[in-house]
Design a protein around this ligand. Structure first.
Ligand SMILES: [Zn+2]
Length: 292
């Protein structure tokens, strides 16, 4: 056995950070309390659909160029008036969304964010150097961390994938570690696992779940192994970890279904799997909630 996830679901393979119980997402029912719709020319349109739940994302449509404020996080609607917002794993039960049109009209809504429960699970059998990196690895880890932070600031103005439903990145889905759990690695408590681990044989093709711009394409990072990150526009970014092979280059624009590379066990992993992650403006969200 290459790894152990304590979630009782037959999970065998995992990566270095956290794993949780995946509860079915609440349906698009979390918007409540229309607070205001003041304006010169009637109320500002605002449609919201998605997962009003911790780690979920919600698609919005208002008016082109509208300024969007979700609590303290700002974004701007695209030329079609579309935008996306996301809720952290530990988001509080309510969030305030304010939309302001270029003409000054404004509308605010209180969004109810359903809670999820997260388990503590343990993972053993990780390579020790990836749990407690030796001092000589520090420079490399810092360099790769800086590379990630620069890339995660990307926002492709031409990106449209954010507004589309996602496909799963693998043809056959076997969840070995669900998104979001608190993790113990080789006996030490770590940050939550901000990914969903999908078990598959080394070499299995990984495909883009939606159109995206490649912003990271690295063959072998210290923790992540082979890593690809895609910018889907509007601040929505997905990442793919532990890959044995990377078939794309940074700067490429990919269509849905384009092959990113192949499943592997590089970096902080107990065996071959894909760790699939998603972030929105620094918040960690569950990409599987965007699949049909
Ligand atoms: Zn993972």
């Amino acid at each position: 056995m290459v790894g152990l996830v304590g979630a009782g679901g037959g999970a065998m393979v995992a990566c270095g950070e956290g794993s949780a119980q995946a509860r079915p997402a609440a349906d698009a029912s979390g918007a409540a309390g229309l607070a205001s719709a003041a304006g010169q020319d009637g109320p500002l349109p605002l449609d919201l659909t998605g997962d009003f739940v911790q780690s979920g994302t919600v698609l919005g449509r208002s008016t082109p160029g509208a300024r969007i404020l979700l609590d303290d996080v700002a974004t701007t609607a695209d030329a079609d008036g579309r935008f996306i917002v996301g809720f952290d794993r530990d988001a509080p039960p309510a969030a305030l969304l304010t939309v302001t049109a270029p003409d000054g009209r404004s509308v605010s809504r209180s969004l109810q964010v359903a809670p999820k429960s997260w388990r503590v699970t343990s993972v053993s059998g990780l390579p020790g150097r990836t749990v407690n990196p030796p001092p000589e690895a520090r420079a490399r880890i810092e360099r790769e961390s800086a590379l990630k932070q620069r890339a995660f600031a990307s926002e492709d103005p031409l990106g449209t994938g954010f507004a589309e439903p996602f496909d799963w990145p693998l043809a056959a889905i076997r969840v070995t570690s669900p998104w979001g759990a608190q993790r113990q690695l080789n006996g030490t408590l770590q940050r939550p696992h901000y990914g969903i681990d999908l078990g598959a044989a080394t070499g299995t093709a990984i495909r883009a779940p939606a159109p995206g711009l490649v912003i990271i394409a690295e063959a072998d990072m210290y923790f992540e192994g082979g890593m690809v990150a895609l910018d889907h526009g509007q601040g929505l970014i997905t990442t793919y970890l532990h890959m044995s092979r990377v078939d794309v280059r940074a700067g490429q624009r990919l269509v849905r279904g384009a092959q990113l590379g192949a499943v592997g066990a590089r970096g902080r992993a107990t065996g071959p799997h894909l760790c699939w992650r998603m972030r929105w403006r620094g918040r960690q969200c569950d990409p599987s909630l965007r699949t049909a």
